[in-house]
Design a binder for this molecule. Structure first.
Ligand code: C5P
Length: 220
């Protein structure tokens, strides 16, 4: 059974406030993209990696991650994943892993792949939610307090049988989703969970980048 990892890296990362696409931002001399791709290969759990980047970053990406296949992403994250899926047919299992999670520990990647090998058709790493979460209206007034015990924060890599992921994307052409398992859920599929890891944090804001910098310095 072979595993391909698709790495969406085509976002502009505007919330980070820098003028280069987020995946090309460096953390102690190595880009988020290099770190995310190296982490996947180092886990020993994937056979091939495909990265999806902005059209004008193709050459740069090929220099940074020569072991990966590099293709052009799309306007939305789901478009980028579609492009990656089309570029890597013939695998039994597909992981989708954000380039924006450069510190993801190898054992977490292995947990996701192990769950697929054990028979799951879709699996996501999750963490408990520490903060109390409330639903608010458009003016910010509280409508309800959501029971925290039932909530999980979702990370990547998310794992799928190729069949389940292709079916989910085919069932919702043009659909937008913040994660791929969301499309599987909409298509009626079952999604299993494994334990996530705080180190698999997603870098979205300048604050996240500062935290990641401290973590990288600490582990050096
Ligand atoms: O913007 P956000 O942090 O949610 O993006 C998550 C991941 O999806 C990032 O690695 C980003 O590069 C990628 N992405 C993409 N194509 C887009 C938008 C985001 O590959 N059009």
């Amino acid at each position: 059974m072979t595993v391909v990892a698709l790495v969406p890296a085509a976002g502009q990362g505007t919330r980070l406030g820098l003028n280069i696409p987020k995946a090309f931002v460096t953390l102690k001399d190595r880009s988020l993209l290099e770190r995310a791709v190296d982490g996947l290969f180092t886990s020993g759990a994937v056979d091939e990696v495909v990265v999806m980047v902005p059209a004008d970053m193709i050459e740069r990406a090929r220099e940074l991650v020569p072991r990966a296949r590099v293709v052009v992403g799309g306007a939305e994250r789901t478009d980028s994943v579609r492009a990656g899926l089309a570029a890597a047919p013939g695998h039994d299992h597909v992981l989708v892993h954000d380039a924006a999670r450069p510190l993801t520990p190898a054992p977490m990647i292995v947990r996701v792949v192990d769950a697929l090998r054990a028979g799951a058709s879709a699996v996501i790493p999750v963490l408990p939610v520490a903060d109390t979460v409330k639903r608010v209206d458009a003016d910010g007034a509280v409508l309800a307090t959501v029971d925290r015990a039932d909530l999980r924060a979702v990370q990547t890599p998310q794992g799928f049988t190729a069949e389940a992921l292709h079916a989910a994307y085919a069932a919702a052409p043009g659909a937008l989703a913040t994660d791929d398992a969301g499309l599987v859920e909409r298509a009626g599929g079952t999604v299993a969970t494994v334990a996530g890891d705080p180190l698999a944090m997603k870098i979205t804001t300048a604050f996240d980048l500062r935290i990641a910098q401290v973590l990288v310095e600490e582990s050096a």
